[in-house]
Write a protein that binds this ligand. Structure first.
Ligand SMILES: O=C(O)CCC(=O)C(=O)O
Ligand SMILES: [Fe+2]
Length: 330
């Protein structure tokens, strides 16, 4: 079948399934409607300006995000009360569950789980593919805390949506780099803030998150919304040699903020494992939101969430859905 006919068929079936046609996500159409769709989130942010005024360390993170597209801090340095130990022991308990131990052992024995999210068979997700979090979980409270939301909204210039939270246990599976282990730009929005919280130390053999500073600004290998942005590996390496790449090795408790519309990769473990919590903040015009993709569910009393920015962040997230997580703790 000719590529033209193939893309026509894909568009046709996509539209029938309720998806917007790809043209809606191309420049400049997407950029125009993104602007209008975010009118409310910009207005809410500017109304809350004084509450959202960043503290000095938060301002430094925002500045680094603007300039380089990446910043790292220790989570507890941002918070009024340390939370990392509680988050880490919650994570460690997840790893000790029978189900997770069995899945890890199977992969180490060379088995490849079938039908695994995004084909990432090298990741064990202790909470399953669509995790259910509770608003009382320390990790959720950290993801919605004022300092982090001041950074995210300060960088994006609008109230953002917490579109994803996930826990990854990356294993060494050998073989060539795959999926997001290869250099790419994320396609969901024009500006994205992803945070990666290292739950265990990560050295250069444990699949550290890596980024090419500055590539969140327009540059080579154009950023395309709603499409794969994976140039040939050699082409990226030639254009951005090793010296221009930032490899985020770090201690447990390290929190990385990154605008992943720039080139990044990670999670290819050669020795040991990588244990990380990932949260994703995007605008209300994020492509994933528009396609109705739900990455997680939330339980707990929403009325307890007081800050406007946090309420907005979870405003579109569904309550606990049909899929139960693999494990739950009270
Ligand atoms: O696993 C990693 O370090 C990279 C993941 C990634 O590409 C992403 O979260 O967008
Ligand atoms: Fe990515």
């Amino acid at each position: 079948m000719s590529p033209w006919l193939q893309s026509f068929k894909q568009t046709y079936w996509g539209v029938r399934a309720g998806k917007l046609p790809p043209i809606c996500f191309r420049w400049p159409i997407y950029d125009v409607w993104r602007h209008f769709l975010n009118a409310e989130s910009r207005r809410l942010y500017s109304r809350q300006r004084s509450a959202m005024t960043p503290r000095p360390l938060e301002s430094k993170v925002i500045d680094d995000l603007r300039q380089f597209g990446i910043a790292t801090v220790a989570l507890d340095d941002l918070l009024d009360e340390p939370k990392f130990r509680a988050i880490q022991s919650w994570g460690d308990r997840l790893l000790e569950t029978q189900d997770v131990v069995a899945r890890v052992a199977a992969i180490h024995a060379g088995k490849r789980p079938e039908r695994v999210k995004a084909n990432k068979y090298y990741i064990v997700r202790p909470l399953g593919d669509i995790p259910v979090f509770d608003l009382r979980d320390a990790v959720v409270q950290a993801s919605l805390c004022d300092p982090i939301l001041r950074i995210v909204t300060g960088y994006l210039g609008l109230f953002s949506r917490l579109v994803s939270m996930d826990v990854w246990y990356n294993l060494a599976t050998g073989g060539p780099s795959q999926n997001s282990q290869r250099w790419h730009r994320d396609p969901d929005d024009r500006r994205i803030v992803k945070t990666f919280l290292y739950l265990h130390d990560v050295n250069d053999q444990q699949g550290p998150f890596s980024f090419i500073p500055g590539t969140h600004h327009p540059g080579p290998f154009e950023h395309k919304i709603s499409q794969l942005n994976y140039p040939d590996d050699n082409a990226v390496e030639e254009r951005f040699p090793k010296g221009s790449q930032k490899v985020c090795i770090g201690k447990a408790g390290t929190l990385i903020f990154c605008d992943t519309t720039g080139f990044h990769k990670g999670g290819q473990v050669f020795d040991g494992t990588r244990f990380v919590f990932n949260a994703v903040y995007e605008s209300s015009a994020s492509e994933a939101l528009w396609h109705g993709i739900r990455h997680y569910y939330l339980t707990g009393a929403r009325d307890d969430v007081k800050s406007m920015a946090a309420r907005y962040a979870i405003g579109l997230v569904d309550d606990e859905g049909p899929k139960q997580p693999a494990v739950r703790f009270a």
